[in-house]
Design a protein around this ligand. Structure first.
Ligand code: VGL
Ligand code: ZN
Length: 193
């Protein structure tokens, strides 16, 4: 796999302040993937290929929050500073933003769950999805699972993902599972410019 084709699209999950170091659900080392993801964005943008960015976009009191008995500290409350991409993160004007987990009583890690992503991709004739972002063991894993189930070829941005690792090894196991499901790992370096 070297060059991009007209049926490719980029999907980047949850580049939002709350998932970055210092955020409400800060992922150690997540800041390091930002320049890498920006480089992927640039590649897809210059080739005029579709770009999708997800945002975890919870109402206050979302069921995944600890106060509601969920597993996470409150994070990515819609429209708050923590829900926004970091200052200076370049969002290509043509990128489509997919808001997920917007219902108070439903958790949704996958970019496909309760969203129009599959319809967008289908309408654009996308067959192969390059998937990266945060977090490897939640949004990325579940989005890759759904993408494979829906019949997309998947390339996993190995150098553009980072895990929460609630249990040590969660990220590694998620990567193994995605590869077992047919996702092919790629790096920026290995992709022709
Ligand atoms: C996610 C933790 C909490 C994710 C969302 O989409 O990766 N992780 N909420
Ligand atoms: Zn969330």
């Amino acid at each position: 796999m070297a060059t991009l084709s007209p049926h490719d699209a980029l999907l980047i999950a949850d580049i939002q302040n709350d998932f970055l170091p210092g955020g409400a659900l800060g992922i150690r080392g997540a800041d390091a993937v930002i320049p890498v993801l920006e480089a992927y964005l640039h590649r897809f943008e210059t080739q005029g290929l579709p770009i999708f960015l997800t945002r975890d976009w919870h109402p206050p009191g979302h069921c995944s929050f600890r106060e509601q008995g969920g597993p996470w500290p409150a994070h990515c409350v819609a429209g708050t500073p923590g829900s926004l991409p970091p200052e200076g993160f370049h969002t290509p004007p043509a990128a489509v933003v997919i808001y997920k987990a917007i219902e108070p009583d439903r958790e949704a890690y996958s970019a496909f769950q309760d969203t129009l992503l599959h319809r967008h991709l289908h309408a654009l004739g996308v067959r192969r999805l390059f998937i990266g972002g945060l977090a490897t063991d939640y949004c990325v894993l579940n989005s890759v699972k759904d993408a494979r189930r829906l019949g997309y070829d998947v390339r996993l941005l190995k150098d553009g993902i980072k895990a929460v690792d609630v249990q040590p090894g969660d990220g590694r196991r998620a990567e193994e599972e995605m590869i077992r499901l047919g996702a092919v790992p790629v790096t920026l370096e290995a992709m022709a410019a």
